[in-house]
Ligand binder design. Structure first.
Ligand code: UDP
Length: 492
């Protein structure tokens, strides 16, 4: 169990954390809340009733451990913002187009209640997810220093910053013509296409959001990253220099010293009994299993699902396959799974329909590799587990992350997709054939000199990640400096 330090009560410093209401942003912000609370900082964690119900176990455990975290459930009457009932998280939205409505709803519905809360419970620092630019006005009105939180790598952020600064998206005409990202540290030439790197908020519909997010970042008092310095030193320094403001790299924030039950309830209750999952893994050979998951938002088309399944089957390796979205769990897919596939792979496959206890699965010794959509949290969790990856980016920062793990860190092999696959696209094609899935899985799992070298690098990175979070490590020290920085300004 985590070491419970002697804590001052009432805590000397109060941080208000405002996550974006989506799993990949809530989970790392919760991890940040825990790390701050363990250092004796009072944390107000802003949430909404539905999202709070998903993390009820985490809320109860924090209370039982007397951690100074207040979970603040602000009302979120979605119907007032034109959203269907119950849509309090990105993964509950029926259509992609509603993303904009959801962003507007966050600002419209949460601004006033958050400001009222902070007027009554003054915080010393506000930490806002980068996608919550509307918090800027509240911090300015109340005179609270505001930090931006990214559960992303500095590599991706520096790339987007330079592409934007050098107007590359205006200068490059061909959507699919690779161009070298300008202004990066000299040691790597990173090439992307316009289609792969449209920024986090692509197209005219997101223009205002893009502008607001940029301005909120330029005017912030600093930036917190869920990454660690030794993972990407020149990109951390490069980003800090490019932005001209203080950044704190404090990751990986996930603490493996929590109990298995707490890890299994991370983000929400897992859809599979964790004991059953662990028993299945215990029965497998060390490093033999490939874990396949595409995160909390990606939606894989039924035809693509079948190619993935058939490729995994042909690879001959045991696998855990997480099937989540409504497209993936469509009657068409279920029929195909039941029509022979599940029976054929029963002895060496575990299919998880819904939410997987990923933080419990990845560190298990039977897991030997991960096929990922390249979400940053999953990449960090895979790095912590010391595992190589197959990268299958879909959208957002995922193509940048692929370059980092394949080209810079050399712990990944690319599945080979060249174009993005946005959430909910009705015409999502089958991009990767079964033969390609099979070949990439074999390449990753079967060793050979290159495979061995990838594993050696992955193990080395896991060690570096661990050191970063240990006392005296870079991320541990940065969190101390962050707290001291604001404790100092509070005394003035
Ligand atoms: N996750 C999980 N079970 C699932 C799917 C996702 O525990 O079935 C967790 C995963 O461990 C990670 C987060 O949800 O912490 C997903 O974040 P990531 O950045 O990888 O991807 P996103 O979902 O934001 O695209």
């Amino acid at each position: 169990m985590e070491e419970e330090r002697h804590r001052e009560w009432p805590p000397a410093l109060h941080f208000a954390l405002v996550p974006l209401m989506t799993q990949g942003h809530i989970i790392p912000m919760l991890d940040l809340a825990h790390q701050l609370a363990l250092r004796g900082v009072l944390v107000s964690f802003i949430t909404t009733p539905f999202n709070a119900s998903r993390i009820r176990h985490t809320i109860d455990r924090a209370a039982a451990r007397r951690l100074p975290i207040q979970f603040v459930e602000l009302p979120f009457p979605v119907h007032e913002a034109g959203l269907p009932p119950g849509c309090e998280n990105f993964d509950t939205l029926p259509k992609t187009e509603m993303y904009i409505t959801f962003n507007e709803a966050s600002s419209k519905l949460l601004s006033r209640p958050l400001e009222l809360y902070l007027e009554q419970h003054r915080s010393d620092v506000m930490v806002s997810d980068f996608c919550q630019p509307w918090t800027r006005g509240i911090a300015e009105r109340l005179g609270i220093p505001r930090l931006i939180f990214y559960s992303m790598c500095c590599f991706a952020l520096l790339c987007t910053h330079q592409i934007w600064g050098h107007k590359m998206l205006e200068r490059v005409v061909d959507e699919n013509e690779p161009f070298a990202v300008p202004g990066l540290p000299k040691e790597h030439v990173i090439k992307l296409t316009k289609a792969q790197a449209p920024g986090f908020f692509p197209g005219p519909a997101f223009m205002q959001m893009d502008k607001d997010v940029r301005e909120a970042e330029f005017t912030a008092d600093g930036v917190i990253f869920n990454t660690f310095y030794d993972l990407e030193p020149s990109y951390v320094s490069g980003y800090e220099k490019a932005m001209g403001k203080k950044i704190w790299t404090v990751g990986p924030l996930l603490s493996h010293s929590q109990s298995v039950v707490d890890m299994a309830m991370r983000g929400m209750k897992a859809s599979i009994d964790t004991e059953r999952c662990l028993a299945w893994l215990d029965a497998m050979m060390p490093r033999s299993v490939i874990y396949v998951s595409f995160g909390s938002l990606t939606r894989v088309a039924p035809s693509q699902m079948m190619e993935i399944g058939l490729g995994l089957e042909a690879s001959g390796h045991p696998f855990i396959w997480v099937i989540r979205s409504k497209e993936e769990l469509s009657p068409e897919v279920e029929e195909w799974l039941a029509g022979g596939f599940e029976a054929r792979v029963r002895s060496r496959a575990l299919l998880i329909r819904g939410w997987a206890p990923q933080a419990v699965i990845l560190p298990h010794p039977a897991v030997g590799g991960v096929m990922t959509h390249c979400g940053w949290n999953t990449i960090l969790e895979t790095i912590m587990a010391g595992l190589p990856m197959i990268s299958w980016p879909h959208f957002s920062d995922q193509f940048y992350n692929e370059r980092l793990i394949v080209q810079v860190l050399k712990v990944g092999v690319a599945i080979g997709v060249k174009v993005p696959n946005y959430i909910g696209m009705d015409d999502i094609e089958t991009l990767v054939k079964r033969e390609q899935v099979e070949e990439r899985v074999r390449t990753l799992m079967d060793g050979g000199p290159e495979g061995k070298e990838r594993r050696r690098k992955a193990a080395e990175l896991a060690e570096t990640a661990k050191e970063a979070m240990e006392e005296g490590g870079s991320s541990h020290s940065n969190l101390t400096h962050l707290i001291e920085h604001f404790s100092g300004s509070r005394c003035k």
